[in-house]
Design a protein around this ligand. Structure first.
Ligand SMILES: C[S@@+](CC[C@H](N)C(=O)[O-])C[C@H]1O[C@@H](n2cnc3c(N)ncnc32)[C@H](O)[C@@H]1O
Length: 306
């Protein structure tokens, strides 16, 4: 069931790393993740700018853009800025995040061409005013039990000739040198392995979970679309980091500590605790060598018919 909300200015009351929340879908409360999602989307602005520039060459003048799984709508705002003539619809399963997205649209002065739809994939996005010329979905489809059905639902709202852009996968992010000067070198690689296991287990708990070969162009083809491109976009913030970027990295490591710190061996857990200790000069709070290097992959496909 999808509910569409026109933006109503009179109702403007105030609600890794995205797997930071919990151990199962039922436990993930995306609504509590507003500061993290917003901080990350802001830090990653240069990456989204590159991705949107690439997309705008495929869809130069979209009339209606859907940001599916918009979260708090920071990325919806980037679309509104990059495509000043377009209407933007933010769709999400979380009413709290959509409320925040409406506040953000208001703050940016985009409210007159912005609306929201409460919808849970893989169910449809409901009746949009028009078919969409561009549907963007970043880091959402992997939260849907049946990813193939999720893509079919996203493809269903596209106009003929419209583009679906799905951001999924890429490379594990790196924030530290291999050897930190203490502990066993290679901590981040070992945390990636644990996170992969955690992630696979999280997926099996999603409603209607189907194991799928995550060949995104093949899945987009199965959804009736024609793959039109695959490109990875990089965020490269070298050390020394500005305060916001450092705070982001501390947040990423802090969530890892609470999510799966107990699964690390004792030496790695001690290393992680040192990294998170604000009183330790070698921690993430003080060390000069912290950086952000991330690569996210965008898959695009168009709906035949034009
Ligand atoms: C990791 S956040 C990504 C937010 C934003 N797209 C970004 O890239 O920063 C995942 C978002 O997907 C939404 N979501 C998760 N499962 C969903 C589902 N089955 N249907 C619709 N939205 C869903 C969550 O509420 C959350 O806003």
């Amino acid at each position: 069931m999808a509910h569409q909300h026109r933006h109503q200015p009179q109702h403007t009351q105030e609600h890794i790393q995205d797997h930071a929340h919990a151990h199962a879908h039922g436990d993930i409360d995306f609504g509590t993740m507003i500061p993290m999602l917003e901080g990350q989307a802001r830090l990653f602005a240069p990456l989204y700018a590159d991705a949107l520039a690439w997309l705008s060459r495929q869809q130069p003048e979209p009339g209606l853009i859907v940001d599916a799984g918009s979260g708090p709508g920071i990325i919806s705002g980037y679309f509104a800025e990059a495509f000043p003539e377009a209407r933007i619809v933010a769709a999400d399963a979380s009413a709290a995040l959509l409320e925040r997205a409406r506040e953000n649209a208001e703050r940016l002065g985009n409210a007159d061409r912005f609306s929201t739809v409460e919808a849970e994939l893989p169910n449809g996005l409901g009746e949009l005013e028009y078919p969409a010329d561009l549907v963007w979905s970043s880091r959402v489809v992997h939260h849907v039990g049946d990813q193939r059905a999720g893509l079919i639902a996203l493809a269903a709202v596209l106009a003929p000739g419209g583009t679906l852009a799905v951001m999924e996968g890429g490379l594990p992010e790196r924030n530290l040198p291999r050897d930190l000067g203490f502990g066993r070198p290679g901590l981040e690689t070992r945390m990636d392995l644990i996170e992969q296991t955690w992630f696979s287990e999280m997926r099996t708990t999603l409603p209607g979970h189907v194991r799928e070969t995550e060949d995104w162009p093949a899945l987009l083809t199965a959804a009736g679309l024609r793959p039109s491109g695959t490109r990875s976009f990089v965020l490269d913030l070298p050390a020394p980091l500005a305060d916001e970027a450092r705070a982001y990295v501390i947040g990423v490591f802090d969530r890892r500590r609470s999510m799966f710190g107990e699964e690390l061996d004792a030496e790695d857990r001690a290393t992680l605790d040192r990294l998170l200790d604000p009183d330790d000069k070698a921690s993430l709070h003080h060390r000069p060598d912290v950086f952000v290097l991330a690569a996210h992959t965008l898959y695009t496909a168009t709906k035949p018919g034009e």
